[in-house]
Each structure stands twice: as C-alpha cells, then as structure tokens.
Design a protein around this ligand. Structure first.
Ligand code: B12
Length: 198
C-alpha cells in the first residue's frame, strides 16, 4: 500500500488501521480566564486528626487465595473518606505478611476484603493468627465481602468469625452502610470485646 495511511480499517484489508495524527493544540482562548493557581495541600492535611493529634491508620488486605482487587479499592476509599490513612496490601496476601505489616504500621484497624468464597476459612486462619500474636491481640479487625461459596447461613458465618475474634463481620448488600456506622462509633467501643454482632 502506498500514499497516506487511511484513518479507519479497510474491511478488505488485514493491515491494522493507522489513526491520523492529532491536530495541533489550539492556542489559549483569551475569553476564557486561566484557572487560579491553587496551593497543593498534602493529603494528610485533609484527614481529621484523632483527639491526641494523631492520624488514624488502617491496614487493608485480602486473604492468601483471593485475587479480587476492587473490593480492596472500595474499602480503602471508604476508610479514607472516614479519615484514615490506609496501607493497602493488595490481593493474595499471605497471613505472615499481614501480621508483619500490622506490627510495623501499628494501625488502628485491620480491614479484610474477600469475595472468592474462601473468606470463612482463610479469614478464620488470619484472625486466629492475629489474636494469637501478643503484639496484635487487641487490634480491631473487620472482614467483609462474600465470605463463603456455598449456601451457608450468613448469620452462622458471622457468629463463627466473630467468636474467633473479628470486631465486625460484613457481608451482603448492607455491608458498606453497616461498616460506615462501625467507623462512626466512638473509639472506646471499637474493641474485640465489644464485638459488632448483628
Ligand atoms: C471481576 C471478577 C473477577 C476477576 C478479578 C479481577 C480483579 N483484578 O479484581 C477475576 C477474573 C480475576 C476473577 C477470578 C475469580 N473469580 Co471472580 N468475580 C469477579 C466479579 C465479576 C466482580 C468482582 C468485583 O470486582 N466487583 C466490584 C467490587 C467493588 O465489588 P465486590 O468485590 O463485590 O466488593 C463489594 C462488596 O462485596 C463489599 N466488600 C468487599 N469487601 C469488603 C470488606 C469489608 C470490610 C466490607 C465492609 C465490605 C466489603 O464492598 C464492595 C462494594 O460494594 C464477581 C461477580 C460479581 N458481579 O460480583 C466474580 C466473583 C467474585 N468471582 C467468583 C469466583 C468463583 C472467581 C474464581 C474462583 C473463578 C475461577 N473459577 O477461576 C476466580 C478466583 C480467583 C481467586 N484466586 O480469588 C465468584 C465468587 C463466588 C462466591 N463468593 O461464592 C463471583 C461472585 C462470581 C460468581 N457469581 O460466581 N473474578
């Protein structure tokens, strides 16, 4: 083929299409005032500090087998909206890594997102390890998403995970509103001893 490339694929040809170059940028329109220069504030300045002046922190994680990432992103957004600085460990996180990060960050909350259906088992392993660690035994920890693969009784799963030490267990359509209410609770109520059982 010769001459200028065609902008759209030719149905009769197997040659990939070549898009035309962008037109040159238009000069600034004098009738449109430029945007005012705004100082860039560090994100921390937006987070409300705790009464002691410290920013609240959360570690967000998944479970070892779970590769779903968008629940983690939503969880991070909800926590940041509530004023937390978040360390998001991402998907398929080994339990030992979660414990190491919690020891390093000393967060106010550990939040677990899992939707692949193994949360009942892997969430149990994680909280058992956490509660068995003298440094982390008192750390508030919540889990949410889709916690089982079968037709398990959600109430039973919640009770089981709460008994193992989760401060809150959230699944189903009301998970996020209920989690937001949990975040709004005053600090002293947010301990494993005051488990958030529904
Ligand atoms: C996208 C997707 C994938 C992608 C993930 C890509 C990625 N980067 O994340 C890929 C293709 C990798 C994938 C793989 C698998 N998936 Co998939 N996947 C989905 C899908 C279509 C959407 C998930 C998603 O991102 N949703 C958007 C986010 C924002 O929503 P969410 O994760 O549900 O989280 C919301 C709530 O659950 C809640 N939430 C989540 N976590 C937490 C935590 C807390 C504390 C709280 C309060 C709330 C909360 O808040 C979020 C916002 O509402 C769902 C089906 C569906 N429509 O939900 C299946 C689904 C989750 N997958 C499923 C399965 C079975 C698998 C596989 C096993 C498939 C296979 N045979 O290989 C693998 C498992 C991989 C693994 N090792 O984990 C099942 C899980 C079934 C179950 N739990 O009973 C689902 C439900 C599909 C189905 N109907 O069967 N999947």
């Amino acid at each position: 083929m010769s001459g200028a490339p065609t902008p759209f694929p030719d149905a009769s040809s197997s040659i990939p299409p070549v898009l035309p170059p962008n037109p040159p940028a238009a000069p600034p329109d004098p009738a449109v005032p430029p945007l005012p220069a705004r100082p860039i504030r560090p994100v921390h300045a937006l987070w409300p500090p705790r009464p002691g002046g410290r920013v609240r922190t959360a570690v967000v994680t998944s479970t070892p087998s779970d590769s779903h990432t968008w629940g983690l992103v939503v969880l991070q957004c909800v926590l940041e909206e509530a004023g937390y600085a978040v360390r998001n460990l991402g998907a398929c996180t080994p339990v030992a890594r979660v414990l190491d990060e919690c020891r390093a960050v000393r967060p106010d909350l550990l939040a677990v997102s899992t939707v692949n259906g193994h949360g009942r088992v892997e969430g149990a392993e994680l909280i058992t390890a956490l509660r068995g660690d003298p440094d982390l035994a008192g750390l508030p920890a919540v889990i949410g998403g889709m916690l089982t693969t079968g037709r398990s009784d959600p109430g039973e799963v919640r009770a089981e995970l709460t008994a193992l030490g989760y401060t809150g267990v959230y699944d189903g359509g009301s998970a996020l509103p209920e989690f937001r209410s949990f975040l709004a609770l005053p600090e002293p109520a947010r301990t494993p001893a005051d488990a958030h059982v529904r």
